[in-house]
Design a protein around this ligand. Structure first.
Ligand code: NAG
Ligand code: NAG
Ligand code: NAG
Ligand code: NAG
Ligand code: NAG
Ligand code: NAG
Ligand code: NAG
Ligand code: NAG
Ligand code: NAG
Ligand code: NAG
Ligand code: CU
Length: 568
């Protein structure tokens, strides 16, 4: 009798525990896009939000789930919402890229999106994908292991999204319109943010600084997202290391560092062990910016890790600032990126392509167009631009590329994005002739057969100003098999590729005046955007589109279009 009672009590307890460990995940969300009033840096303004929240709501799912988000546009701007890192197998219809996979959701309209998870597990995120609205329209997506499965690391005591962002005092839509109109550089932001807050080092920000309250000697899983528009960031916590266990929704071998580097579009899962003296410690982030000629936001955002203090005596000294690499420390930035490896164990096997069928080399360049009477605000009165293989991408305006492809509407895009730079020159030379700076405009896509095994080399150039480029591919994660400075050498560099445990990511940072090689299998039919995740470069045209044709079998074909897509 007694033992029976104890058993059922234990059962209830373990059920409770299971319930606590299995966070509630709904399958239906409502996103109401609308303006809301926020005060930062001593001034108040309207920003675009989802459900009035900034950062926006957290989506939670388990590996392989499908969830539904009904997006209502109650704001003043056209909008689309993209699920960054979600592969959406055979269903680009919900990828949410303006004029690539859908026409925008116009004010007063709505659009229901299916978020189809497959292999991704860990932290990814969602954000707006129309003009510069993603500056404030973003939030975390947490993908837990399949029900009943556990993390490939000890269960953390708590999990906390840490979303890094960028804040302009003026209306960010005006910053966007202004630099598009003048052809110059966009105004630099006034602050970086952690979970929407600039932190103690900025005026009028102290009382709202984000605080993470922790118990001693516990493990916290930080789900770190770089949602900034134009800043690659260094991030660290005073007196504490971070053990990275995942990147871009794939597990990594644990790597313990005293700082991390994270580019816009990237995510990292990192364990924080609270093994220091009870006290307050700053976490901080600031920009990595390698180009001596490009203006950037050189300010530091902070939040506070505060140990729960049983004696409740106030902390005597102010928190100390952590070590962060110097803003132009390229070695520090890439030393971190290059330290990441796929977990690649029995439970999380990887499959690095070895037998390549399709090779692609693309330059990624900043460019200029001439301007009448040199009246633009780019260098020497030009208009700034950007390109891949010398094509500056132009969005369609009458219909998106996916619908044009699916319904065979001519004249919207053209095939034939070049497999190779149209001109071979010393890509990273200090002084290149000005004639090379002017690209062509076009809406050119690259078409792949289903099942192609692709290797793609991104080659940075020093045209106008060399800089690092976080390249993001929709619909896939890829293996980063090699990277280096200078010009890619087709004979030598492949000999050093990592085909054993390369990191599996959706956004790769191409080093300043350097190159990166990615590999992936093309088994996701659809229309998938490829672009630099520095927002100004995206606006300037450092983009292209991969169209993946249907395979032979039914399971290899695009799913039918939803009944209603937003009209153009
Ligand atoms: C951008 O900066 C310039 C120079 O400081 C200023 O005149 C302009 O008003 C700014 N634009 C916006 C949209 O804030
Ligand atoms: C952080 O890592 C370094 C190198 O791995 C180690 O020397 C140091 O003791 C660690 N610090 C803490 C606080 O764990
Ligand atoms: C950025 O700030 C650091 C100190 O925080 C300073 O040493 C450096 O000169 C600044 N760099 C630029 C380009 O403003
Ligand atoms: C970084 O900038 C400083 C000046 O702020 C300069 O002295 C140093 O050479 C630069 N380092 C690199 C690697 O460019
Ligand atoms: C490599 O791919 C080619 C073309 O698809 C195929 O003929 C060949 O058998 C493959 N080799 C291996 C080792 O898989
Ligand atoms: C360029 O300048 C000339 C002479 O000042 C002027 O007549 C012409 O209208 C200008 N063109 C444009 C496009 O502004
Ligand atoms: C601007 O013009 C000068 C003189 O012709 C030239 O040396 C410089 O490279 C030009 N800069 C750009 C970015 O075009
Ligand atoms: C290319 O330019 C770089 C940087 O100026 C230089 O070091 C290198 O020697 C050049 N390579 C060739 C093949 O000219
Ligand atoms: C890009 O194309 C334009 C137009 O054909 C040409 O003038 C320019 O030199 C090309 N630049 C490169 C880097 O290929
Ligand atoms: C909003 O989208 C519609 C449909 O594509 C387009 O006609 C309109 O110009 C867009 N508005 C703005 C401000 O971009
Ligand atoms: Cu870029």
């Amino acid at each position: 009798m007694l033992s029976g009672k104890r058993n059922s009590a234990l059962q209830i307890l373990s059920l409770l525990l299971l319930f606590l460990h299995c966070p509630a995940s709904s399958h239906n969300y409502h996103f109401v896009v609308k303006e809301a009033t926020y005060t930062r840096l001593c001034s108040t303004k309207e920003i675009l939000t989802v459900n009035g929240k900034f950062p926006g709501p957290v989506l939670q799912a388990h590996k392989g789930d499908t969830i539904y988000v009904n997006v209502h546009n109650n704001g003043r701007y056209n909008i689309t919402i993209h699920w960054h890192g979600v592969k959406q197998p055979r269903y680009p219809w919900s990828d949410g890229t303006e004029y690539i996979t859908q026409c925008p959701i116009q004010p007063g309209h709505k659009f229901k999106q299916n978020i189809i998870f497959s292999e991704e597990e860990g932290t990814i995120w969602w954000h707006a994908h129309s003009d510069w609205s993603r500056a404030t329209v973003y939030g975390a997506i947490i993908v837990y292991p399949k029900r009943g499965a556990s993390y490939p690391f000890p269960q953390p005591h708590e999990e906390v999204p840490i979303i890094l962002g960028q804040w302009w005092k003026s209306d960010v839509m005006e910053v966007f319109e202004e630099f598009v109109r003048t052809g110059g550089d966009p105004n630099v932001s006034d602050a970086h943010t952690i979970n929407g807050q600039p932190g103690d080092l900025y005026p009028c920000s102290k009382s709202e600084t984000f605080k993470l309250f922790v118990d001693e000697n516990k493990a916290y899983l930080l789900r770190i997202i770089n949602a900034a528009m134009n800043s690659i960031l260094f991030f660290s916590i005073a007196n504490h290391n971070l053990t990275v266990v995942g990147a871009d929704g794939s597990y990594t071998k644990p790597v313990t560092r005293d700082y991390i580097t994270i580019s816009p579009g990237q995510t990292l899962d990192a364990l924080l062990l609270t093994n220091q003296q009870v006290g307050q410690y700053y976490m901080a982030a600031r920009a990595y910016s390698s180009s001596p000629t490009i203006a950037f936001d050189n300010t530091t955002t902070t939040a506070i890790v505060q140990y729960n203090n049983r004696n409740s005596t106030p902390f005597s000294s102010p928190p100390i600032l952590p070590y962060l690499p110097y803003y132009n420390d390229t070695n520090a930035a890439f030393n971190f990126f290059d330290s990441l490896r796929s977990l690649a164990n029995e439970d999380h096997p990887i499959d690095v392509p070895k037998n390549i069928t399709t090779r692609l080399i693309s330059t990624v360049s900043v460019n200029t167009f001439p301007c009448p009477n040199n009246s633009c605000e780019g260098p020497n009165g030009t208009r700034l631009a950007a390109s891949m293989n010398n094509i500056s991408f132009v969005d369609p305006t009458t219909i998106d590329i996916l619908e044009a492809y699916y319904y065979h509407i001519n004249g919207v895009f053209r095939e034939g994005f070049p497999d190779f730079p149209p001109l071979v020159y010393n890509f990273t030379s200090e002084d290149l002739p000005l004639i090379l700076q002017t690209p062509k405009r076009g809406t050119k896509v690259k078409v792949f057969d289903y099942g192609s095994i692709v290797e793609c080399v991104f080659q940075g150039t020093s045209l106008v100003a060399g800089i690092d480029h976080p390249m993001h591919l929709h619909g896939f994660s890829f293996y980063i098999v090699g990277t280096g400075f200078g010009n890619f050498d087709q004979d030598k560099n492949p000999l050093n590729y990592n085909l054993v445990d390369p990191p599996h990511r959706n956004t790769v940072t191409v080093p300043i005046n350097g190159w990166t090689t990615i590999r992936f299998k093309v088994k996701n039919p659809g229309v998938w955007f490829l672009h630099c995740h520095l927002e100004r470069h995206l606006t300037w045209g450092m983009n292209t589109v991969f169209i993946v044709k249907n395979g032979k079998h039914n399971k290899e074909k695009l799913l039918p279009a939803p009944q209603e897509m937003p009209p153009c």
